[in-house]
Design a protein around this ligand. Sequence first.
Ligand code: DON
Length: 428
Amino acid sequence: MRSIIPDYVTEALAEVAPDISGEPAGYIPELAAADPERLGAVFATVDGEVYGAGDIDTEFTIQSISKPFTYALALADRGFDTVLAKVGVEPSGEAFNEISLEGDTGRPRNPMINAGAITAHSLAGSAELTPAERVERVVGGLSAFAGRRLTMDEVVCASELKYAHRNLAIAHMLRSHNILTEDPRTIVDGYTRQCSVLVTTRDLAVMAATLANRGINPLSGEQVIPEPVVRQVLSVMSTCGMYDAAGDWATQVGIPAKSGVAGGLIGALPGQIGIATFSPRLDRHGNSVRGVSLFERFSADMGLHVMEVPPAARAVVRFDHVVGRAKNAIRVIQLQGGIGFAAAERVVREVMDTAPTEARVALDLTMVYSIDDVARRMLLEVARRLTLDGHEVYLVDPESIIPDPDPGDGGRVTVVGNVEQLELSVSS
Ligand code: DON
C-alpha cells in the first residue's frame, strides 16, 4: 500500500499552487533572481520517517531559519546566563531588520530579529574562537541538526554582503552598547555566511524534527543540543519566530516556527514532527506566502495547534477492581496512556477516594506507554504511603516503565511481569 501522507501533501501543494501573491526577497539581488514557482513540503517524524512532495531536494539558502539553531548553539556553548545577559526573549512586534534595542539594557529584544541573531552568532562556540572557527562551529552545528554536511552559497553570500548596510548599522549599534565586543564588520560577515548555508526542504524538516525530538536528530541519533536548550529555543520560536506576524501565527497555526527570506519555513511540534515548506514569494513580514497557507492547512487538518486540548487525564484509570477474595484479595488499579502530572494526580485521587481495604494493592502499568519524571515520583510516593498504611504494594510493569522503583523512606514495592502472576500468588 502507498502511504497516504505524501498524497495528502501533494494535494495540499496543489491547493496553494495557484496563489502567486507576494514577491521573492528583493534586497538581496541573488535571491530576487530565484525561481518563484518552486514549491515543496516535508514532514519528518520524531522517529525518523520523512514524507514529502514537490521541490524537496532543491537547495536554497537557509537565511533566518538559521537563527533558532545558532541561538541553540550559543546557549549550549556559553550557557544561559551569558546569552541572556546579551539577548532578551521578548517579542518585539517589529520587522526582522528593525534597528532597535531595549532602552534600559541595550540588548536586542530577542534572538529571532537580526539584532539578536547577529549577537547570537557572536556567542556560538567558545570566546577564544577566530571568526573563521566561529563560522565553522555554526556550519558544523547546522549540519548536525540536518544530519549531513551542509555547504555555503558563496554567490548569495557575496550578494548580501554587498548590500549589508542595515545589518552593519545594527552591528555598530550593538558594538556601541558593548553587546558585541568584536569588530562589527567581522560579525556581520560571519552572520551573513550563516544565512548563506544551503539546505533543502528535506534538511529543514529534519532540523525541525530534531527540535521536536528533544534535541536528538531522529536520523543520526545524535543529541545535538541539551533538552533545556530545546525548550528555550521552541519557546522563543513560538513567541518571536514570525516577527510582527507572530500573534496571527500563534492563534491560527500554533506551531513554534521560523521563516527565512529565501522562502523556507519550519515548524517544530514537540514530541511529534518537524515540518518544512519552501516557496520563495514573501508577504510584507518576510514570510513565505504559500508556506504560511500550507501551515494553516496542516495545522487545521491534522489538529497540530499546540494549544489543542489533550485527552482528559481521567482516562488514565482504566479499571479499578478486586481480584481474589477475603485475605487473598488484591486491589488492582490498571492505568493507561501517557502519564504526566495531571494523570498522576488522578491516580492519587483514585487511591484516596477509594481507600483500599485489601492487604495487597497493585498498580498495573501494562498499558502505560510513557511516564514523566514528576508522575513517576508521585506514583512511587503513593506506593510509599500505601506501604506505611500497612499494604503490600505491587507494580505490574512488564516493560520497566519505572526502572528500579524505589519509593524510599519506608516504602516498598514488588515488581511483577503480569497480573496473572499476582492471581497465581493469590490462589497458591
Ligand atoms: O539578515 C538578513 O537580512 C537575512 N540574511 C536573513 C533575513 C531573513 O531571512 C528574514 N526572515 N524572514
